[in-house]
Structures are given as C-alpha cells and as structure tokens.
Design a protein around this ligand. Structure first.
Ligand SMILES: *Cc1c(COP(=O)(O)O)cnc(C)c1O
Length: 366
C-alpha cells in the first residue's frame, strides 16, 4: 500500500508525554518549566469568545509575521511562519531534496533530520562530531550537499558553534543552502539571524516552543532571502497556522521581557545542574541550551533512565551510536531538579565500579 521506503523506515520517536493526571517530573523533551506570558492567555480568551474561528486564517499568518518583523528587525518578505519549526523543516526538505539528493549534518543531532531525509529518499551525509562536539566545518563543506544543516545550539549536546564559524560555513557552501536550526538560541550568547540579510543561501529557523514556553501552540519561524521564502511557500499547506496560534504568537512576541526572565532562570539552574552532575562523576559538555547532556563514558545509561522513570522522573536516553552512554536532561524548576538530584545521588554510585564510588557532595540543590 505504501512506498517501499515508507514501509522500511523507522519512524521518528518523540519523547514520552505523560497521560492526563499522571504526575511525572518531565525533563525529557526540553519544554520550558515556566508558563507563557499572561498576554497569551488574554489573547486566547478573546479569540475563543469572538466570531473569528468561523473564518479561515490568513494563509501567511500576516499578524504574526508583522510581529516577528518588528521583534527581529527583519523584512516581512524574509519571514515564513510554520506550525512549529518541525513543519518548516519538513517544507525545506520537501522543497529542496528529491531521491538521491544529498543533505549533510553533523551527528549526533536532532534525529528528525534523518526521518525527513528518508521520506524524501535523500542521501544523508552524517559527519560524526568528536567527543568534544566541535562542529566539523571542513568536512561538512567538503560534502557539497544540496542542503547542510547545523543545529545550533546542538541537540542533544547543548554545545554552541560561534556565529563567525557559521558565517564562514555559509560562504563555504554557497550557492548551496545552509540551514541553522536555532531552536535553543535564546539560551545561548549569540545568534546567526542577522547573517540572513547578507547571505542569500542561509536559512535560520526559530521556534516559540522552548524559550517562549509555547510547545503546545506549534509556532515556528523561518528567516531567509526572498527567493528562498518564495520557493518554500510553494510547498506550504494553505492555512498552516490557526487563528489561535497566530493570536498566541503575536501576544508572546509582544512580551519579550517575560521570555527573557524565564530564560535567565533556566540558565541559572542549568549552571548549577552542570556543576552538580560533574560532582557526581558525569562528563557534561558546556551547554548553551535548556538541557544538558550527562555522560558516563562506556556505560549504557538506558538503565539509569529507566530507574529514574520508576521514581517518576523522565529524562531522555537515545539508543543510538555515541549516545548510549548519555542521558539528556531538560532543565526544570529548582525543586524539580532537586528531586532529580536526590534520586541520582542514590542511583549513580550504584553504577560505578565496585570500588570506585563516584563523588557526591551532599549539599542541597538550590
Ligand atoms: C524542539 C526542536 C524543534 C522543533 O520545534 P517546534 O517548533 O516545536 O516544532 C526543531 N529543532 C530542534 C533542534 C528542536 O529541538
């Protein structure tokens, strides 16, 4: 019934979402532990009570695009709105890659790229990161792929590639496309966004799912030169953003201070979490995102993830090369993190060698 490639492919596996009423500490899918701006709730109440839901939304989400243009100081015609940035990625793959066309990215990274490439029957060139997660720039450029993708900060490592490096990669791959997936960039020190104005082969993707606490609303933005946006529009669903999502997006972008305050809290907690994980003996690459990768070289941490699950704490373990000895932990509230560390302090010494107890300093997590 299906294309052979679809029958044969393994589907993308999202992190577990608890059932309603199931109380778990959710540190597995990089959601924001703090609520979205109250401005969002007000807009949603208004749209629910009005007559507008009877009508189709504007095909290009005009109000949201105007807000984004103001917020990010970009021309409207260089912006495309998506039903989450996942949809923008799907549009990019659909518009650029046919059977056998090449797409390159460093690995491990966001595994949705593999899934989207498989659907297009594209050829993936996955250049391995070293253990330090420094971007293999020369190898990526040498792949001469039609599309190169850099997730920055990278997931699941949290590591960050400086914007100057990305600017040179953009020039190295031109006229081919470079896509920078900046899903977590609000938790980092700088962004490549303004490079879009001077680099016609660059696409920068953003989402409101993480820093703006709106994962449930599905709002993403693509920034690129006008010709790139025009071609992406050709493969867009006519009404890809609902009126509800547009209203929420406008409200969220009107309250950047709210987002910044939550981001600052998450960063403070992240820095403490890194420190505590290292005390427990984990290797933790320096994170510029709202999660950290904790590694114990050579051990399969799938069992640790399951043990935490039994204690009511969800973290992410990827059964993939280079990631079996790691868990990815989303940054929660300080009290959620103290529950995590309470369990880790018991579980982790058990994972250590018979004589080598891992160091744990018994100070309360705050
Ligand atoms: C979360 C995430 C996305 C998807 O964001 P949505 O807007 O929720 O679809 C895209 N890329 C990366 C790397 C992500 O982690």
């Amino acid at each position: 019934m299906f294309r052979p490639i679809i029958e044969a492919m393994t589907p993308y596996v999202p992190g577990e979402q608890p059932r309603p009423g199931q109380h778990l500490i959710k540190l597995n899918t990089n959601e924001n532990p703090y609520p979205p701006s109250p401005a969002v709730g007000k807009e949603l109440a208004q749209i629910a009570s009005g007559d507008l839901l009877r009508l189709y939304p504007q095909p290009r989400a005009d109000a949201f695009i105007s807000s984004a243009a103001r917020t990010y100081r970009m021309p409207r015609r260089s912006i495309l709105a998506g039903n989450g940035s996942d949809e923008l990625l799907a549009m990019l793959f659909r518009a650029t890659l046919g059977p056998g066309d090449r797409v390159a990215y460093a690995f491990p990274t966001y595994s949705l790229y593999d899934t989207l490439a498989a659907i297009q029957e594209a050829t993936t060139i996955r250049v391995p990161f070293g253990r330090d997660f420094v971007l293999p720039v020369a190898k990526l450029a040498a792949a001469r792929a039609r599309v190169t993708i850099v997730c920055n900060p990278n997931s699941p490592s949290g590591t960050f590639t400086p914007v100057t490096t990305l600017a040179s990669l953009t020039r190295m791959v031109q006229p081919r496309l470079l896509v920078i997936d900046e899903a977590y960039v609000d938790f980092a020190a700088s962004t490549a966004l303004q490079l879009v104005k001077s680099h016609p082969n660059l696409v920068v993707l953003r989402t409101l799912s993480k820093s703006f606490s709106l994962a449930g609303m599905r709002l993403g933005l693509a920034f690129a030169s006008e010709p790139v946006i025009e071609n992406l529009l050709k493969v867009k669903d006519s009404y890809n953003l609902s009126r509800v999502a547009v209203a929420a997006g406008v409200a969220a972008l009107s309250d950047i201070r709210w987002m910044r305050r939550n981001v600052a809290r998450v960063i403070r907690t992240r820095e403490l979490a890194e420190k505590h994980l290292r005390k427990l003996g984990f290797e933790v690459p320096r994170s510029s995102a709202n999660f950290v990768l904790a590694r114990l070289a050579g051990r399969d941490l799938g069992r640790l993830a399951s043990a935490l699950r039994r204690k009511g704490v969800l973290v992410r373990h990827f059964d993939a090369p280079m990631l079996r000895d790691a868990i990815r932990i989303s940054i929660g509230t300080p009290s959620e993190m103290s529950v995590l560390f309470k369990h880790l302090s018991v579980l982790v010494p058990r994972l250590s060698d018979s004589n080598g107890r891992l160091p744990f300093v018994n100070e309360s997590y705050r």
